[in-house]
Design a protein around this ligand. Structure first.
Ligand code: ASP
Length: 293
């Protein structure tokens, strides 16, 4: 049984094929390859983009989609997560897309079911479909030429599953990463790090800004996010006229992560990421569901 728990679940050739499929879905109406297939979305944490992106992706390929309303589900009545998963599995889905606040939950669930599990974000651990869509967006932007490209990942890196997945994935495709954050947001790492954006701003081709993951902080770290913004907000003033591709996985804290002017600047690719996300998730659903028979 194939699952997508981390980006390491896919080999380089498999990612290439996935991106080829995603590209074709952007170019022409997709074939209904998943007709009569059932995809369940099971989100124990909030989501706007990821859940709707997976659901739209599955529907575009002709699959049936059921969303389990966790707030009203039996887990709220005390059923264990694994019993919930086993019961859903008994209904014969081809895939379950899971998001959970605890790292490792999608993996644990994958051991109790016989359908593909897609990790749609588990704690601060991983968000593989986001990293894949980020890489896909970067590759398209640079027309496939990633040789020597440098990216600064800026913000609450330690608590960000998006950063963690990108840190694993992007170097496999030759990208050089610098982490930019205040000391308490920096993970232990062998990567290049700095606390000052200005140290790298003249050298990077891409900036990936992140949201401060306040829901994962045991206690408030900043008295106000404005203090953080004064050093790390990606503003038009800071970027100037440099040719830098700007990314963010969303949701964006406006004028904290990125200012209004940069959000509407053509160098900002946030909506491009969202658009590409549907195509990449289509390709991932197709790959795993059809591989599992
Ligand atoms: N949407 C992304 C996630 O689920 C990023 C974020 O929430 O800041 O991790």
């Amino acid at each position: 049984m194939r699952h997508l728990i981390t980006t390491d679940d896919l080999g380089l050739d498999e990612i290439e094929t996935l991106f080829k499929d995603a590209e074709s879905y952007l170019q022409a109406p997709p074939p209904k390859l998943l007709q009569n297939r059932l995809v369940i979305t099971l989100f124990f944490e909030n989501s706007t983009r990821t859940r709707s992106s997976f659901e739209i992706a599955a529907k575009k390929l002709g699959a049936d989609v059921v969303h389990l309303d966790v707030a009203r589900s039996s887990t709220k009545k005390g059923e264990t997560l694994y019993d919930t998963a086993a019961n859903l599995n008994a209904m014969g889905p081809d895939a379950i897309v899971v998001r959970h606040a605890q790292s490792g939950t999608p993996y644990q669930i994958s051991r109790h079911v016989n359908c593909a599990i897609f990790n749609a974000g588990d704690g601060a651990h991983a968000h593989p479909s986001q990293a894949l869509l980020d890489l896909f967006t970067i590759r398209r932007h640079f027309k496939g030429d990633l040789e020597g490209k440098r990216i600064a990942i800026v913000g609450d890196i330690k608590n960000s599953r998006v950063a963690n997945s990108n840190i694993r994935l992007l170097p496999r495709f030759g990208l050089k990463i610098t982490l930019v954050a205040p000391p308490h947001f920096l993970p232990r790492t062998d990567l290049e790090t700095t606390t000052r954006l200005k140290d790298v701003i003249d050298d990077v081709d891409i900036i990936m800004s992140l949201r401060t993951q306040t829901e994962r902080h045991a206690q408030p770290i900043y008295a106000s996010l404005k203090d953080y913004a004064s050093d790390y907000c990606i503003t038009k003033e800071r970027i100037g006229d440099r040719n830098i591709m700007l990314m963010h996985p969303g949701p964006v804290h406006r004028n904290i992560d990125i200012d209004d002017a940069m959000l509407s600047d053509p160098r900002c690719k946030v909506l491009e990421q969202v658009k590409n996300g549907v195509a990449v998730r289509m390709a991932a659903l197709k790959k795993l569901i059809l591989a599992n028979g």
